[in-house]
Design a protein around this ligand. Structure first.
Ligand code: N01
Length: 541
């Protein structure tokens, strides 16, 4: 029998998080291996190849900060990079830092088991292949488990069905086809204008109207890029405090005149992007203030969309602006003025079934050649819980998290020693610039491993009491905002049966970094740290 490979660390996933983790651990002199289900690096940027896919954080900020040579030498071509350019960047990083030889592609990890005797993790792939490690790092992504809608009859559809998050590598040509799109979140809002340009007809099946802000994307001017690069150090320092460098207002919408509010919303609309939602500092905590910005967007939708009934259906009315992830688009609302595009408002006429060739609503049947599902993900916990992870005493992580994810700092969970989660539930994660969040977690995890190594300690895990306190703290932070008012994937509301728990930590990344650093400075307060034989319980009371 072939001997099992043994590594200091195994990392699951070769996206932004996994690659950076690998690079840092190698730099520390650890043996590390990445397992990746896809045939190449990239993570979500490998899979999300749908037409129109691009990041809504500006390219110069949605990139690694750990290498000044890399940040100076890499040239971005657009204000908001499209998926192919981001994927090229990630591939470049893998090659530049010679990471590929430590990555095993086409390998999906199905199980991981902590062995209390050895203090090691046994990691098993779907193929049956297994390996051992001391540290297990979940870099498996926050939005990486696509979810198809469970509509009666969908399995009978004989046309092609695509999910935006698992797009065919060879691309899709919709020319001359009758296409349906289900879903109007960030992915739907990006893919719809592109499909509309190709398809002979497009029917959009909308369950919940979403707020979308124009991107006003365009080429990145060389002088803009050079100016930014000259100031990169200070920009990155600021990003560590705020995530993305938006114009954060110190004024409340409730304390200024209606004219001042309108002028500010218009100014930010004209600049475009997520910056729009930071127009005032009370928009996410005061419903009346939020109504003012939501009204502004609804008025813009009615200006852009020519058919008043279609415009009305496109106006979100069931959640405050920003409580579902705000969308950023290029020509989304304008697309509904095209003669080949039709909006079906599922709130009025729900889908009843899918047949071999059509979608049937309560009112009509729509014949389709292809169906695009922009129906989202089992967010934050999906990728972790898809693996059969067993910690101390064989306890199953899925059982521990049956009522919602429980972590300490969003990085570790009680009963699962030496298992780290990058940008997991309980950390700011998807609420901030992901690359900034990832770099922070990678640094923290590396410091933690160095701490253990320097003291010849074997395991670290979240203490129960500290974890309980953290979960409560994360819940309280969300409860002070308007976020819980929306049925969003932040709350798991898009997955039937998923516990309704607000998963990300609503905090400025700078404040969160400080909380994490303070805990590390106090000798990892609240964590349990042990040598194989003697257990030093450092959990705070
Ligand atoms: O997924 P979503 P997404 N019948 O869950 C609808 C990031 N991202 O892939 O709201 C009918 O937001 C569902 O309707 P409802 C970003 O963080 C970023 O678009 O549940 N409809 C909703 O409209 C984003 O938030 C970028 O009522 C059904 C849609 O499908 C996250 O990924 C680009 C349905 C799902 O929206 C996820 O975005 C893309 C059903 N059975 C993604 N089931 C950028 O950086 C679901 N829906 C720009």
């Amino acid at each position: 029998m072939q001997e099992r490979m043994k590594y200091d660390a195994i990392i699951i996933g070769a996206g932004f998080a996994g690659l950076h983790m690998l690079d840092r651990l190698r730099a520390m002199g650890l043996s590390a291996k990445v397992y990746e289900a896809a045939p190449d690096v990239g993570g979500v940027w490998f899979w999300n190849r749908y037409p129109g896919a691009r990041c809504d954080v500006q390219s110069l900020q949605y990139s690694y900060s750990f290498s000044s040579e890399l940040e100076q030498q890499w040239e971005w071509t657009e204000k908001y990079a499209a998926q192919p350019e981001i994927l090229r960047y990630i591939q470049h990083v893998a090659d530049r830092f010679d990471l590929r030889r430590h990555i095993q592609f086409n390998t999906r990890i199905s199980a991981a088991r902590f062995d209390e005797e050895t203090g090691l993790w046994d990691v098993v792939a779907q193929s049956g292949e297994s390996a051992q490690c001391r540290y297990l790092v979940m870099a498996s992504g926050s939005l990486s488990v696509p979810r198809l809608p469970d509509i009666p009859g969908i399995g009978d559809f004989t046309g092609k069905i695509y999910h935006t998050g698992a797009w065919p590598q060879e691309g899709v040509d919709f020319s001359g086809q009758r296409v349906g799109v289900i879903g109007t979140g960030s992915s739907g809002i990006q893919v719809i204008p592109q499909v509309a340009k190709q398809a002979s007809s497009l029917v959009v099946f909308q369950r919940t109207a979403n707020f979308s802000i124009p991107a006003w994307n365009g080429p990145l001017q060389p002088q803009t890029q050079q100016a930014w690069k000259r100031e990169y150090a200070s920009h990155r320092a600021r990003a560590r405090e705020v995530g993305t460098l938006y114009e954060f207002s110190d004024k409340a919408a409730s304390q200024v005149s209606a004219q001042e509010r309108e002028a500010e919303y218009q100014r930010r609309w004209d600049k475009g992007g997520v910056n729009f939602v930071h127009a005032f500092n009370d928009l996410m905590i005061d419903k009346a203030s939020n109504d003012t910005i939501a009204d502004f967007v609804r008025a813009r939708i009615k200006e852009i969309v020519k058919d008043p009934q279609v415009a009305q259906s496109l106006c979100p009315t069931d959640h405050p602006l920003g409580t579902k992830r705000i969308c950023v688009d290029t020509g989304y609302y304008e697309t509904y003025n095209r003669p080949n595009v039709r909006l079906v408002d599922l709130k009025k006429t729900p889908i009843e079934a899918v047949t071999a060739s059509s979608i049937v609503t309560s009112q009509q049947s729509f014949e389709l050649d292809a169906l695009v599902c922009a129906t989202g993900y089992d967010a934050l916990t999906g990728a972790v819980l898809n693996i059969d992870i067993r910690g101390r005493k064989g306890q199953l992580l899925a059982q521990q998290w049956a009522d919602g994810p429980r972590t300490y700092l969003g990085i570790m969970t009680h009963g699962f020693p030496n298992m780290f989660i990058i940008t997991g539930a309980g950390s700011p994660s998807v609420l901030v610039n992901m690359v900034v969040g990832i770099e922070h977690h990678v640094e923290w995890i590396c410091d933690c491993i160095a701490y253990l190594r320097d003291r010849a300690l074997d395991t670290i895990e979240a203490g129960q009491a500290a974890q309980d306190k953290w979960v409560e703290h994360v819940n309280q932070a969300a409860a002070k905002t308007l976020f819980p008012l929306a049925n969003s994937w932040f709350l798991g509301a898009n997955i039937p049966g998923k516990p309704r728990v607000f998963m990300p930590y609503v905090a400025k990344i700078g404040a969160y970094r400080k909380e994490c650093q303070d805990i590390a400075d106090k000798g990892y307060e609240g964590f349990q740290i042990s040598r194989s034989s003697s257990k030093h319980n450092q959990e705070s009371s």
